[in-house]
Ligand binder design. Structure first.
Ligand SMILES: Cc1ncc(C[n+]2csc(CCOP(=O)(O)OP(=O)(O)O)c2C)c(N)n1
Ligand SMILES: [Mg+2]
Length: 435
């Protein structure tokens, strides 16, 4: 099957429109001597002026909607029944997944402030279109590698909400039996290969998973067309691991999609201030793979681009780099008072809430009624409340679980002759001194 990616030389960035001005281009930034130190007000002002003049946004939306329009035309020429991008069933799946992500995260905030969770908790509000647009296209066997902002990726991949919530409550019924917490969601069953606290740390893991798929298919001759998605942020794209893995993935034509969730900020550091060329998608073609920029606030556009990239990977055509322009609606973590970002910038993106946009599309195209959507909202609220009740009622892990998987086989702990973990009363300091 011909893909719109493959019709374009991979040496070109696949921005779908080469004529639009990239407002992220360095030429749009003011020249200032003070950008290394102190306030980034100048750059933020510049950002606001170009986003309010819709330069940054228009280049994104126009670029991708061209492809979407083209696809719609083709569909309507081929069939008179519908020229919509999604069916009713697909629309409802997308809506439900995005609402689940949002309601779950809002509940996390409540539980965190009530002292039910500890440590850092990073929420995903505002970015739902990326997780849903990509992950809902995957098979169960496909892999997802996340970051510390990982709850919603886990939910989209099918990990039950109660298992994610329990993990956040550090309970034994959590997805990692309460040992991982917010930043380390992992599920072998769902091929969720982890949240990672160190930025960039997941990219080599994802590259390794993609290598496994290729090795199983080509060397072991197994029936394996699995794809891996690696999610990470704009602030991670200046890390060495990003470049090293792009190189390896393209060299070996690995079945991987690198998904950059560019929410413009790395904690309090503006992407525009930190990066010599802020157009991340352009780094794909430098390695010979497609680089695509997509409006990450629109799940339908994300989904179209994701279909192409996942399809390429599955067909053995190699990796893609997709930059999704998105925004987080909350602070970096729940410990962040979020005082650095400009109110105008927040309002600008708040008005482009991806859930509101999908709802509008679904209603305007009569894919579902207001009542259908309300029923989903209600179902999800109940599901998330049930997840909290389940987590709250669950036990904490037993004391001996603390030392599992910490030492290979230390004296007194580890795997006993019966093959089960054993833990003689640790008396930790004394025990370690004797080892
Ligand atoms: C190797 C490493 N260096 C520094 C940090 C501290 N740190 C935590 S989050 C973060 C910003 C990452 O921003 P981005 O990749 O854009 O992700 P976002 O939080 O926006 O989703 C940094 C630098 C870290 N976790 N790991
Ligand atoms: Mg970021």
């Amino acid at each position: 099957m011909a893909s719109s990616f493959s019709t374009i030389k991979t040496i070109q960035p696949l921005c779908f429109s080469t004529t639009t001005t990239r407002s992220q281009d360095k030429s749009t930034l003011p020249t200032t001597n003070s950008s290394f130190f102190g306030s980034n007000n100048n750059l933020r002002k510049s950002f606001n002026s170009f986003s309010s003049s819709t330069n940054r946004i228009r280049s994104t939306v126009v670029a991708v909607s061209d492809v979407v329009k083209e696809k719609k035309l083709k569909t309507s020429a081929a069939s008179t029944s519908s020229n919509l991008l999604i069916t009713k069933e697909e629309g409802l799946v997308l809506y439900e997944d995005m609402v689940l992500g949002r309601v779950f995260e809002d509940m996390c905030a409540q539980m965190y402030y009530r002292g039910k969770m500890f440590g850092f908790v990073h929420l995903y509000n505002g970015q739902e279109a990326v997780s849903t647009g990509f992950i809902k296209l995957l098979k169960k066997e496909d892999c997802v590698v996340s970051t510390y902002r990982d709850h919603v990726h886990a939910l989209s991949k099918g990990v039950p909400a109660r298992a994610v919530m329990s993990e956040l409550f550090a309970k034994k019924t959590g997805i990692c039996r309460g040992q991982g917490g917010s930043m380390h969601m992992f599920s072998k069953e769902h091929n969720l290969l982890g949240g990672f606290a160190f930025i960039g740390e997941g990219i080599p893991v994802a590259t390794g998973a993609a290598f496994t798929s290729k090795y199983r298919r080509e060397v072991l001759k197994e029936d394996c067309d699995e794809v891996t998605l690696a999610f990470f942020g704009d602030g991670t794209c200046n890390n060495g691991q990003f470049f090293e893995c792009l190189n390896m993935a393209q060299l070996w034509k690995l079945p991987i999609v690198f998904v950059v969730e560019n929410n413009l900020w790395a904690i309090g550091m503006s992407h525009l201030r930190a990066t010599s060329d802020p157009a991340i998608y352009k780094k794909g073609p430098a390695f010979g793979m497609p680089g695509v920029l997509v409006d990450g606030m629109d799940v339908l556009k994300v989904r179209e681009v994701a279909k192409e990239a996942i399809g390429r990977a599955r067909r053995g055509e190699g990796p893609s780099l997709i930059e999704c322009e998105t925004y987080r609606f909350r602070g970096h973590s729940l410990a962040d008072p979020d005082e650095l970002r400009d109110a105008g910038e927040k309002d600008h993106y708040g008005a482009r809430d991806p859930i509101v946009a999908l709802k509008k599309y679904v209603l305007e195209n009569n894919l579902a009624s207001e009542a259908d959507l309300k029923a989903i909202d209600k179902k999800i609220e109940e599901l998330v409340e049930e997840a909290v009740e389940f987590a709250d009622a669950s036990p904490y892990p037993s004391r001996e679980q603390l030392l599992e998987n910490v030492f290979a086989d230390p004296k007194g702990f580890g795997i006993g002759p019966d093959g089960k973990y054993r833990c003689e009363d640790p008396k930790f300091t004394q025990g370690t001194a004797q080892v």
